[in-house]
Ligand binder design. Structure first.
Ligand code: FES
Ligand code: MG
Length: 572
């Protein structure tokens, strides 16, 4: 335990008179009705991420009550404070655009206020990354918990989950198979309560990788939002927060290059969302190292996909909870992970795995000997079209398309795609490669989940289900197809993706890990000379200015340059 000031004494700088500052601080906190006894304890901050716009965080008030109980039972004083909250469906232009703002809020509010440790309450997709990015930079003892997955809904006897089934059923509605009244009825059944999307989307992925990294008490990632265990986990999290304050156990001792590698392993083994790669890269940048994409590729090749969850499998998060949660997965890959990584419990990940009850018979987590995919759920691609990398979720792609050369059909923006994709006169065949430009971190802006380019209507009508599709955008963890994402540098930042024209030949070879634009270098040089950035990638004021001036590319997690532990040097 260090001898730095604790509790109300922490961070006293104002007025140039520490005694007066403490006196004033106490005078105001006493306005809350606290006694001296209550104040003479470790202070545990709790991030209140409730918002009326955030359905995934509906249970946060209940969780805060349970966390407070845990803090007080352990002898601390819990103090909740608000930070930005955001939900995927209600954040314009994208939640990714706002994620860094939340991370800045979290970092500065942890730093500004006198707390000895902080409980982070994450849930919806971007909240866990934002909380961990902020906590990594503030480096005050921190422990994460999440709101937990939603339970499944049902419609006419069929089990439903957000939001893999949202897309599928809307597609049926567009095709005239489900009428307006029924689709309205279904909208009340896809998300039947508090908590996060219950498929292997970004929220589930980030909860699982964060637990694997050691930032959450064991078992926390999969407990359904409405389950009583969710509140018991919250209570235990509050109690543990008091202990990490005393131990001065900090995020940077837990989130290390080794624990990040464990997180990447788990990302691959659970068939996690490609968005997880972007968020882990951002967290790594806060910690002072780069996420090694070659490492991701190598770990992926060695790590089979074991978890049978939608969209690639058939189960939901509550099934993974009943199967034992993350530890059932960890036990299968125990020989592949670094057991000695420290976790927020104060013990190693290996010790925590050993301490959990042994697995039982279940069918959600496959044994290593019988995986869903033998390895390489997510592959790295490089080549003259993606000098700084791109990724493909090969486990979710049509195998025959993993090695394909085709003619480019280019859309220069999301608006252009929306306008022309379904045009019956569009010159496109199933062998072509659909290319979407200007949908990256700056281009859209906010790197929307637009990478899942729909199959042009006239081809879909002919029964075409998958095509090679490329973009600098992201894709929802709930989607699938031969889809190349996160191409870097993005088109709007001058990347070669922006130089592609209709009729160019593009070669994808996932096994070789290459993505090539088969155009003469001379011709590309000419096109580059004539290229100008889209007009909208600048702003004169406000957060938009900060965003456009500072946002980095996908391989740096789309963080702001000045928020990294070591900012990137501007390119010469
Ligand atoms: Fe919040 Fe899916 S919308 S997790
Ligand atoms: Mg999502």
């Amino acid at each position: 335990m260090s001898d730095r000031p604790r509790g109300m004494r922490k961070g006293l700088a104002g007025y140039g008179d520490a005694g007066f500052s403490l006196f004033l601080r106490k005078a105001f906190i006493k306005a809350m009705g606290y006694s001296d006894d209550a104040l003479d304890r470790p202070i545990i901050g709790i991030t209140n991420t409730f918002s009326g716009f955030n359905a995934c965080h509906r249970n946060v008030p209940d969780m805060i009550e349970a966390i407070k109980r845990g803090v007080m039972l352990a002898g601390g004083l819990p103090v909740e404070f608000p930070v930005i909250s955001m939900h995927e469906a209600f954040t314009h232009p994208t939640s990714m655009y706002v994620r860094n703002l939340m991370a800045m809020d979290v970092e500065e509010m942890i730093r500004a206020q006198p707390m000895d440790a902080v409980v982070l309450i994450g849930g919806c997709d971007k909240t866990v990354p934002a909380l961990l990015m902020g906590a990594a930079s503030a480096d005050v003892p921190a422990i994460l918990t999440v709101t937990g997955p939603m339970i499944t809904g049902s419609h006419k006897g069929e089990r439903l989950g957000a939001c893999t089934d949202c897309r599928r059923l809307w597609g049926q509605h567009r095709a005239g198979e489900i009428d307006a009244a029924e689709i309205e009825e279904i909208s009340g059944k896809l998300a039947p309560g508090p908590g996060t999307c219950m498929v292997m989307g970004t929220a589930s992925t980030m909860a699982l990788v964060s637990e694997a990294m050691g930032m959450m008490l064991p078992g926390g990632a999969t407990i359904p939002a409405v389950h009583a265990d969710r509140m018991r986990h919250a209570e235990a999290t509050g109690a543990r927060a008091v202990a990490i304050a005393a131990e001065d156990l900090r995020p940077r001792q837990i989130m290390t290059e080794a624990s990040m590698r464990n997180a990447l392993r788990v990302l691959q083994a659970v068939g996690g969302s490609t968005n997880g790669v972007v968020h882990l890269a951002a967290i790594a940048g806060r910690l002072g190292f780069d996420l090694d994409l070659e490492d991701l590729d190598r770990l992926g090749a060695e790590t089979p996909v074991l978890v049978d969850l939608k969209p690639s499998g058939q189960h939901y998060m509550e099934d993974l909870f009943r199967a034992g949660g993350l530890v059932t997965v960890l036990r299968e890959i125990v020989d592949l992970i670094a057991r000695d990584c420290l976790t927020v419990t104060g013990r190693s990940l290996g010790a925590e795995i050993d301490a959990q009850p042994a697995s039982w018979s279940q069918d959600t987590v496959r044994p290593l000997s019988d995986p869903i995919h033998s390895g390489g759920g997510i592959r790295l691609l490089r080549g003259n079209l993606a000098p700084n990398g791109a990724i493909i979720k090969q486990a979710a792609a049509t195998p025959a398309l993993l090695r394909h050369t085709g003619r480019a059909v280019v859309f220069t923006s999301l608006a252009d795609m929306a306008e022309r994709l379904d045009d019956p006169d569009l010159d496109v065949t199933a062998d072509d490669v659909l290319v979407l430009q200007n949908a990256g971190p700056k281009g859209a802006p906010g790197m929307p989940e637009a990478g899942y380019i729909p199959i042009p209507r006239k081809l879909a009508a002919q029964g075409v289900r998958d095509m090679v599709r490329l973009s600098d955008a992201r894709m929802s963890g709930t989607a699938f197809g031969a889809i190349v994402l996160h191409i870097s540098p993005e088109a709007a930042a001058g990347g070669p993706l922006g130089l592609v024209r209709d009729g160019d030949r593009i070669a994808l070879d996932v096994e070789a890990g290459t993505l090539s634009l088969l155009v003469e270098e001379e011709e590309l040089r000419t096109r580059r000379k004539n290229w100008t950035p889209p007009a909208h990638v600048h702003a004169e004021r406000g957060y938009a200015k900060l965003y456009f001036d500072e946002v980095l590319q996908a391989e740096d997690g789309c963080d702001f340059n000045f928020l990294r532990a070591v900012p990137r040097k501007p390119e010469a």
